[in-house]
Design a protein around this ligand. Structure first.
Ligand SMILES: [Zn+2]
Length: 394
C-alpha cells in the first residue's frame, strides 16, 4: 500500500483516525474537529500524527508518524479486543490481531504452549486452545468461541505460572549443550536489494551505505564462526536482486532450523551528535520477553561496548517482524550511526570492523559457555576458549 502521512485526506485517513480514537490515542473532539461536515474527508493532521507515533512506539515499530504497510497491519489488528469475534485457525490466511495476542498471552500465563505471542492464530495456538478445552471439559476443536472465551475468563485470572514459553526456550537451549560445533547460526545483513541501501552517507567522492558495510561485517563474521565449527548462513548476498522483508528473513532462518540469528544494521539520524551501539531482542511492553534472546542481546552489547569503547545505547525489547517471527533466539544489533562522524570514521576502517566481529564471536561463544566458567567481558581470547571447549569434549 501507499504510505499515508501528514496532509493526506480520504477514507483511509478516516479509518486510521477512527481506530486511533478506539484505542484512546486520539480524542473524539480532535477527530471531529477536522471533519467539516457530513461528506467531508478527514485530514491527517498534527494530532493524528502524534497519535500514530504513540501507537508505533507502543508496538515497537519505527516511530516515523507515517502509516506504511507495517503500521497499517498493526493498526488493523489493533481493532480487535479479546471476545469481539470468534477466533479459529484459518488456512492459508491466518487471523491476526490484538485479540489473538491477548489470547496467546493468557494461554502462556496458564502454562499452555501457544508459542510466541505473535498475534497470529497459527496451528500451535489452535493446539494450545484444544489442550485447554480438553482440560476444562469442552469439545477440543481448537477454536475460541463464546464458551471457550467464558472458560478462559473464569480461569484466566486464577492460574498464573510465570512464562512457560521462555522457560522451555531456555531449557531447550541448555539441553543443546555447551558447544557451538555443529550449531546453525544465521547472520542477517540488513537491507540490500533494489534501492534498499539503508542509511546512505556521501563523503567527498565516496558514498558509504549501511547495506554494503553490514554485508562486509556479515561476511567476516561468517568466516570466523565457520572456523569455530558452526554452520553459518547469510540471509542475502552482496547484491540481491530484490529487497527482503523481515518476515522473509525470519522464514528463511526458520526453514534452516537455525539455533541463533543475529541481524546486523547501522543507524542514522539527521543529528550528527547521535552515536553508539544498541541491541534489540524480542519482547513486548507488558513484560513478555525472550529470556534467551535477552541474554544473547546482553552479551553482544557488552562485548562490543567493552572491546570497542563505542557509546552504550543499551539493549531494548522490540516486537519487530524479524524478532517476533523467528523461532530461535534472535537479536538485532545497530552497530553505530553512519551519520555520526565519530562512528563513521571507525566503521569505514576494516580493522575496527574486525574488532566488532571479534566481539560478536566472543558473545556467541559465551552463549554456549557454562556460566560457572564464565570470565569477565572483553577478556575472552577466542582461540583459548575454543581449545578449552574442544579439550572438554574429548
Ligand atoms: Zn538498517
Amino acid at each position: 500500500m501507499r504510505a499515508i502521512r501528514r496532509g493526506d485526506t480520504g477514507l483511509a485517513v478516516l479509518e486510521i483516525r477512527s481506530i486511533l480514537v478506539g484505542l484512546e490515542l486520539l480524542s473524539d473532539a480532535a477527530a471531529a474537529s477536522s471533519v467539516d461536515g457530513p461528506g467531508q474527508e478527514s485530514v491527517f493532521d498534527e494530532a493524528t500524527e502524534t497519535a500514530v507515533r504513540a501507537f508505533q512506539q507502543s508496538r515497537g515499530i519505527g516511530t516515523d508518524g507515517i502509516v506504511g504497510s507495517e503500521t497499517w497491519q498493526a493498526l488493523d489488528g489493533a481493532r480487535w479486543k479479546l471476545g469481539d469475534r470468534g477466533l479459529y485457525h484459518s488456512v492459508p490466511d491466518a487471523l491476526v490481531g490484538e485479540d489473538v495476542r491477548a489470547l496467546q498471552e493468557r494461554l502462556l500465563e496458564m502454562g499452555y504452549d501457544s508459542g510466541r505471542a505473535d498475534a497470529i492464530y497459527g496451528a500451535r495456538t489452535a493446539r494450545a486452545v484444544a489442550q485447554f478445552q480438553r482440560e476444562v471439559g469442552l469439545t477440543p476443536d481448537g477454536s475460541c468461541g463464546p464458551q471457550t472465551m467464558k472458560a478462559l475468563r473464569r480461569l484466566g485470572r486464577k492460574v498464573v505460572g510465570g512464562r512457560p514459553q521462555w522457560l522451555r526456550e531456555a531449557e531447550a537451549f541448555r539441553q543443546s549443550g555447551p558447544n557451538l560445533v555443529g550449531k546453525t547460526i544465521v547472520i542477517d545483513p540488513g537491507h540490500g536489494g533494489g534501492d534498499d541501501l539503508g542509511v546512505v552517507v556521501p563523503e567527498g567522492p565516496l558514498r558509504w551505505t549501511e547495506a554494503d558495510l553490514v554485508f562486509d561485517l556479515a561476511a567476516r563474521l561468517e568466516g570466523r564462526l565457520a572456523a569455530a565449527g558452526m554452520r553459518v548462513h547469510l540471509t542475502r548476498g552482496p547484491q540481491p536482486a530484490k529487497p527482503m522483508t523481515g518476515a522473509q528473513r525470519a522464514e528463511l532462518a526458520n526453514s534452516l532450523g537455525a539455533d541463533l540469528l543475529i541481524s546486523l544494521h547501522l543507524d542514522g539520524l539527521a543529528n550528527p551528535e547521535a552515536q553508539g551501539v544498541a541491541t534489540y531482542h524480542y519482547g513486548t511492553g507488558n513484560g513478555l520477553t525472550s529470556t534467551v534472546g535477552e541474554r544473547l542481546a546482553n552479551l553482544v552489547q557488552r562485548e562490543i561496548v567493552v572491546r570497542t569503547g563505542m557509546q552504550d545505547c543499551l539493549i531494548h525489547a522490540k516486537t519487530w517482524e524479524l524478532l517476533r517471527l523467528t523461532r530461535m533466539p534472535a537479536v538485532r544489533v545497530d552497530l553505530g550511526y553512519l551519520t555520526s562522524p565519530v562512528d563513521r570514521d571507525r566503521l569505514v576502517n576494516p580493522l575496527f570492523r574486525e574488532q566488532i566481529v571479534e566481539a560478536i564471536l566472543a558473545a556467541v561463544q559465551r552463549m554456549y559457555y557454562p556460566v560457572e566458567n564464565d570470565v569477565p567481558t572483553g577478556s575472552i581470547d577466542v582461540r583459548q576458549l575454543r581449545l578449552a571447549l574442544s579439550s572438554r569434549q574429548s
